[in-house]
Design a protein around this ligand. Structure first.
Ligand SMILES: Cc1ncc(COP(=O)(O)O)c(C=O)c1O
Length: 385
């Protein structure tokens, strides 16, 4: 339960509240268990063992081997590391295929590579936010090093058919990375059954702290480290481990694995109640993207003609946290690249809010928000009229 009773927090895709059980798990490592995991004495061995337990817990949630888990500082680092490694494997394979709706971790990295001469193919999406699998297949050539396609979109929650995508990429002989930052902990996954080469996840999206992530690197593939130096993480990611955060992420994954089915059902019920309530109460409101293949916690709703900045300000005054497009791009007043790629016009894109629910929300909070939101939209529409 959230301790901030004055806040209705519906921005769980931006970040999540740390689970109190996770905080408990961290405390010994902030106090007495301060040994450097690389040292030889017993104090260090305990810390080292805690990192390995965390690795096993993450692997259990992902359905893979613990040896395939590399701890990083965030989802963005994991994605950079996957792209870097794929480009190091074969000089003749320097082409990347990705989509126009990726998070900036992939988008900006690929734009940077394009400026340095790499060929990048940007796959378009349709109005549901889905790619054309035939177009994907045609885009992969003998020169393709990597296909990088997110599992679920952070703005709309739209889920790509990652199983099918991974199989297409494998048949074409390229490596496949998926940014699963928004997927892990929300949807069950089993990587052992999927030809995925790399996967990125981020602690702060699943009730662990900010500043820790994971790169899953398939053990059948070679890996070239992104950060070099010491031999931590089996030589795959140098730098003294962020022990408290790694331990926290392990605990968060253990909790997620235990509750994933039940939690997804409860969170979906809140999201659906909210979405249906909004559509019924607010004339002209529209849901963006595929409503079937979608994360259970996310809704992206357009109120065409109503500026999201005005809505965010009034909602904030009433204690409601949500976002306009992705959190990483708020402050910029450009319409979201995701909505634009889906063919939304500017009035629709600029009038869009994202609400993302989580473990610590309640139906009572949903009802409270459903009283506030129609009033806010009505007020802005009156001023604009
Ligand atoms: C889909 C997606 N990828 C990557 C990231 C970046 O993760 P991090 O904040 O851990 O770098 C985010 C964060 O919003 C995201 O939503």
């Amino acid at each position: 339960m959230s301790e901030r009773s004055d806040i209705l927090y519906f921005d769980n895709n931006a970040t999540t509240q740390i689970d109190p059980q996770v905080v408990e798990e961290m405390l010994p490592f902030l106090r007495e268990q301060y040994g450097n995991p690389s040292s030889a004495y017993r104090l260090a061995k305990t810390v080292r063992a805690a990192i390995e337990t965390a690795r096993e817990r993450v692997a259990a949630l992902l359905g893979c081997e613990p040896s395939e888990i590399i701890f990083t500082s965030c989802g963005t680092e994991s994605t950079n590391a996957a792209i870097h490694s794929a480009l190091r494997m074969d000089r003749d394979r320097q082409h990347i295929v990705t989509t126009r709706v990726e998070h900036s971790a992939t988008l900006k990295t690929c734009e940077g590579l394009a400026k340095r001469g790499h060929a990048i193919t940007w796959l378009d999406v349709n109005s549901d936010g889905q790619i054309d699998l035939g177009e994907l297949e045609r885009a992969i050539t003998d020169e393709t090093a990597l296909v990088s396609i997110m599992w679920a979109n952070n703005e709309t929650g739209v889920i790509f058919p990652i199983d099918e995508i991974a199989r297409i990429v494998r048949e074409k002989g390229a490596a496949f990375h998926t940014d699963a930052v928004q997927t892990i902990g929300k949807v069950p996954v089993k990587l052992a059954d999927m030809p995925v080469s790399f996967l990125s996840l981020s602690g702060h999206k699943l009730h662990a702290p900010k500043g820790v992530g994971v790169l899953y690197a398939n053990r059948r593939l070679k890996y070239a480290p992104f950060i070099t130096g010491g031999s931590q993480e089996n030589g795959r990611r140098a730098g003294t481990e962020n022990v408290t955060h790694i331990v926290a992420l392990g605990k968060a994954c253990e909790i997620a694995a235990k509750n994933i089915e039940h939690e997804a059902t409860a969170v979906r019920a809140m999201r659906d109640a909210f979405e249906n309530g909004v559509l019924a109460a607010i004339p002209g409101a529209l849901v963006n993207g595929d409503r079937v293949n979608r994360l259970p916690n996310t809704t992206s709703i357009a109120f065409p003609g109503v500026e999201s900045e005005a809505m965010l300000m009034l909602l904030d005054q009433r204690g409601i946290c949500c976002s306009a497009g992705s959190a990483c791009t708020t402050g910029q007043h450009e319409p979201s690249h995701v909505l634009r790629a889906m063919g939304c016009d500017d009035t629709r894109a600029r009038g869009t809010l994202r609400f993302s629910f989580g473990r610590f929300n309640t139906m009572e909070q949903v009802s409270q928000a459903l009283e506030v939101l129609p009033e806010v939209i009505e007020k802005i529409r009156r001023v604009n009229a």
